[in-house]
Design a protein around this ligand. Sequence first.
Ligand code: SF4
Ligand code: SF4
Length: 98
Amino acid sequence: MGTRDCNHICDESSPGIGEAGRTGEWRTHLPVIDDKRCTASKLNKPTCFLCWLYCPEAVMTRSIPPSIDLEYCKGCGICAQVCPVQAITMAPEEKKLG
Ligand code: SF4
Ligand code: SF4
């Protein structure tokens, strides 16, 4: 029996407030997407989305162009690592002082 036939219901995860608050508050680097390099944006087609698939915080959208909810992005850099065309770079976070 395949997994589609097992009658189990599987939910997609979605971002939410964790016990430690918004994960974006302690991020040191943030992902920046270059839409000119992103395959989905360049082709204007719902394709690739490896960044969406592998983001552990489920904060990447499966949209054209993909976007990121920085309130909950923890800056892990996984999206940048899995992007096959290096469309995502990790930029140092500018912290507000004082
Ligand atoms: S992994 Fe890279 S190319 Fe693929 S959708 Fe995300 S940003 Fe675009
Ligand atoms: S840096 Fe990590 S948490 Fe933030 S969008 Fe990329 S994969 Fe998700």
